[in-house]
Design a protein around this ligand. Structure first.
Ligand SMILES: Cc1ncc(COP(=O)(O)O)c(C=O)c1O
Length: 451
């Protein structure tokens, strides 16, 4: 692992509570790690969202918050950073990424329905497309669905599938391409792919939306894996990616290492005008969008830090790779290849005796917590099934690393915990729903053990 390009100035104590207490805590949480109290968690690898450690520059920027209702100077700092790093003309801040997804779905789908091609799905992005009256459709490459396939760019869109959808469906409000495709294992798209997708969209006059949440790591993988990019800076690669798109939604809680915030950015004046109108209804005035001035300052600084300090991303990806290699060497099936922000364990292989309708990934996440107080997340049938549709896709547990938070010893501890679950003589039989919410069920669902 590459040593961190930072040192600690502030620390937060964490405690490993006794095993009996962990058993009680997960039972009370309905075997759903989202419902655990964080004080009962030792190493928290639930998500990289809003869990990063901000830099001294970001913290000091927060003291410069201009908390004016309108026209805060921090908004202009944010606008400048988006323009310099991403190259988009217009930006509307939002309280987090899904709020930007909400706005763009409302603006482009606008109750006229239509079909939205995506590279696989992200939970909240898909829900907003559907709530706005659209139909989500997967145009990702088939390799994305196969955890054992080591394709270097599993985040690619299948150009033939996309062309077919465009041919068959008249109404395509937009195409969405997600950087470092979360649900497939944090897997990047290639520059060649986004160039091709962009040219198809432009030929048909379709808006191409980038989910830029993890575009920095995507740029890093392009630099590592794609011919012609090894000498470019991350900033140059990010700008090139964005230049092929018409706009982006961003959850700054990941790559920009803030605890709060996101934005919608675009080159389309029409979309921007509509976004300014709608953001006031759902978030706040277009120069704060639900954020305090200090939050916008921290994002502005985070945008520059993430794109300009390559060592951060290099170290971060090397942490993920370390965890991935150690788990793999211990005989645990992980999604190939190592991705951006997390290691994804293949729960179908970990617990082959548990059928998918008994939730092997949900079960494994609960077992990992009980074993070592390590919190991880289910990314399988519980997260993936929408309404009544069938699901037989990947059944994964996501072990996600917050940026600049944990060190090598924490990761070694996580490896030992997961290894010890894999060696446990007493095998769980799976879980049953006690409560199943209709929308985004993984957040609030409750389960009990199958006896
Ligand atoms: C790829 C992707 N898009 C969008 C979002 C939504 O962002 P937020 O959690 O800030 O609403 C997330 C959050 O995890 C994400 O991973």
């Amino acid at each position: 692992m590459i040593p961190p390009p930072y040192k600690n100035k502030v620390i937060e104590p964490i405690v490993l509570i006794a095993k009996e207490k962990r058993i009680k805590a997960i039972e009370e949480a309905g075997y759903n790690t989202f419902l655990l109290r964080s004080q009962d968690v030792y190493v928290d690898l639930l998500t990289d969202s809003g869990t990063s450690a901000m830099s001294d520059s970001q913290w000091s920027g927060m003291m410069l918050g201009d908390e004016a209702y309108a026209g805060s100077r921090n908004f202009y700092a944010l606008e400048q950073a988006v323009s310099d790093v991403f190259g988009y003309k217009y930006v509307v801040p939002t309280h987090q990424g899904r709020a930007a997804e909400h706005l763009i779905a409302k603006i482009l789908i606008n109750k006229k329905g239509g079909c939205v091609p995506n590279n696989f799905y992200f939970t909240t992005s898909r829900v907003h497309q559907e709530l706005a009256g659209g139909t989500w459709v997967d145009v990702g490459i088939p390799e994305a669905n196969d955890p054992s396939n080591a394709h270097s760019f599993k985040g690619n869109i299948d150009a033939d599938k996309l062309k077919q959808v465009i041919k068959n469906k008249k109404n395509i409000p937009f195409v969405r391409i997600e950087a470092c495709l979360n649900m497939a294992g944090g897997q990047p798209f290639s520059m060649a792919n986004i160039i091709q997708v962009s040219s198809i969209c432009r030929r048909h006059g379709i808006f191409l939306l980038l989910d830029a949440t993890r575009v920095v790591e995507n740029a890093y993988f392009i630099k590592q894996r794609e011919n012609g990019y090894s000498k470019k800076t991350l900033a140059e690669i990010i700008r090139e990616i964005c230049s092929y798109t018409d706009g982006c939604t961003m959850s700054s809680k990941k790559d920009h290492m803030v605890n709060m915030g996101g934005f919608l950015a675009t080159n389309s004046k029409k979309v921007f005008e509509k976004a300014k109108e709608l953001v006031v209804v759902y978030e706040g005035l277009h120069t704060y969008g639900g954020l305090a001035g200090r939050d916008m300052e921290a994002i502005a600084r985070g945008i520059r830090e993430s794109a300009e300090c390559e060592e951060y991303v290099e170290h971060y990806v090397s942490q993920v790779r370390y965890l991935w290699e150690k788990l793999k060497k211990s005989g645990i099936s992980v999604v190939e290849p190592a991705g951006a922000h997390a290691v994804f364990i293949d729960a179908k292989k970990f617990y082959p005796h548990i059928p998918q309708n008994r939730f092997p990934a949900q079960t494994l996440a609960a077992e990992i917590y009980v074993e070592g107080g390590v919190r991880v997340m289910e990314r399988g049938i519980v997260s993936g099934k929408h309404g009544r549709e069938a699901y037989n896709g990947p059944e994964l547990v996501r072990v996600t690393i917050p940026r600049r938070v944990y060190d090598l010893a924490h990761l070694q501890y996580v490896v030992e915990t997961i290894k010890s679950v894999s060696k446990s003589a007493k095998l769980p039989k799976g879980l049953k729903f006690v409560y199943e919410p209709p929308t985004l069920r993984f957040f609030q669902a409750r389960f009990k053990k199958v006896k």
